[in-house]
Design a protein around this ligand. Structure first.
Ligand code: PMP
Length: 359
């Protein structure tokens, strides 16, 4: 039996993807071996690698003047690689702070140069995406960094800024959850372990023109140019993770692409937000209405005791991963692409039942 998996990441992977991987595990396309055992220089692997690249391009509508890279080190390494490559002397990197991951990105940039916080919702415990900023203030900056979805606090950008300088987004927890206009960004990056597959591969989508503006004096493996020039095959890539990514992307395509996935996600999140909104204040959403995330739904109960009881009863019914992050408390349901509609409907039903029995 499969659990109702609401983990924040690593997170649910579509069942048909797992089943296909299982089927292909010991003998991948008559090669007599698994994908894990293929040489990364073989034609068989290269096909998998290129298929993942072209599917991502197709699904997100990535134009030809962008590179798609498959890197390692997680989104966390991007926090360092970005300033290492793009923050030049005399320039400033601007940040809009919307959660703990923005904080971490800023902390690493400080090792490499000047940084500036353009806006922050920290004082409100990151209940919303900041809106009180003027983009006139970022002129001449190296780039503007945002976190499109705040995994821990459960907030999400609804409209991206029209930045006059290169816009960079950490989309680790909401890439492929809704349609986006890639051309608004000079760079997008995401660790795979939420909407793209298992951990181990980090996707980077970067505008060629921006890439060409990068600094030259960067160690080879940490230099984006190295990976762009070598089709992300400069050294051994995480072949199995990329294979799984390709299967997840096939699955997204089969679901009707990102447009349809978005509709399904809205419906899924709708069940749970309705359970919160119709609870007469028993459940309280952490995020303000205008910043609610489609991917991480954060809420609290009236007391610690009831929270514990809720989590215990949820676990008994196979709802897994609902405890909130230690910095926010309460509960969090991560409803990534692979979490089925039925799981969200069942959770909403359980929430209402629990409220009726405990209020
Ligand atoms: N950014 C965001 C928005 C995240 O949610 C996470 C992981 N939860 C990270 C960055 C860090 O990713 P990784 O563990 O892949 O370094």
């Amino acid at each position: 039996m499969r659990a109702y998996n609401f983990n924040a990441g690593p997170a649910a992977i579509p069942l048909p993807v797992l089943e296909r991987a299982q089927k292909e595990l010991v003998n991948f396309q008559n090669t007599g071996m698994s994908v894990m055992e293929l040489s990364h220089r073989s034609k068989d692997y290269e096909e998998v690698h290129n298929r993942a690249n072209s599917l991502l391009r197709e699904l997100l509508g990535i134009p030809d003047n962008y590179e798609v890279l498959f890197l390692q080190g997680g989104a966390s390494l991007q926090f360092s690689m970005i300033p290492m490559n793009f923050l030049k002397e005399g320039q400033t990197a601007h940040f809009i702070m919307s959660g703990a991951w923005s904080d971490k990105a800023l902390k690493e940039a400080k090792f490499f140069g000047e940084t500036r916080i353009l806006a922050s919702s920290k004082e409100d415990n990151y209940t919303h995406i900041p809106t009180d900023y003027s983009l006139d203030e970022v002129k001449d900056g190296a780039y503007l960094h945002i976190t499109s979805n705040n995994t821990i606090f459960g907030t999400q950008w609804q409209n991206y800024p029209d930045s006059p300088i290169p816009l960079i987004a950490d989309m680790s927890s909401d890439i492929l959850c809704k349609e986006i206009d890639v051309e608004k960004f000079s760079m997008i990056y995401a660790g795979a372990q939420k909407n793209l597959g298992p951990s181990g591969v980090t996707v980077v989508i970067v505008k060629k023109e921006f890439l060409e503006s990068a600094k030259e004096d960067v160690p080879t493996i940490l230099n984006y140019r190295t990976h762009a020039k070598n089709n992300s095959l400069f050294n051994t890539p995480p072949t199995f993770a990329i294979y799984m990514l390709s299967l997840v992307l096939e699955w997204v395509k089969e679901q009707g692409g990102v447009k349809n996935i978005q509709k399904i996600n809205e419906e899924k999140a709708g069940y749970i937000y309705s359970a919160i909104d119709n609870s007469e204040g028993f459940y309280k959403a952490h995020a303000t209405d205008d910043s609610r995330s489609l991917m991480n739904i954060t809420f609290t109960l009236p007391s610690e005791e009831l929270t514990k009881k809720f989590l215990q009863e949820a676990k008994e019914r196979q709802f897994i991963g609902l405890a909130g992050h230690r910095s926010v408390g309460g509960c969090r349901a991560s409803t990534y692409n692979a979490v089925p509609k039925e799981a969200c409907a069942a959770l909403a039903e359980f929430m209402t039942e629990f409220k009726n029995q405990n209020s």
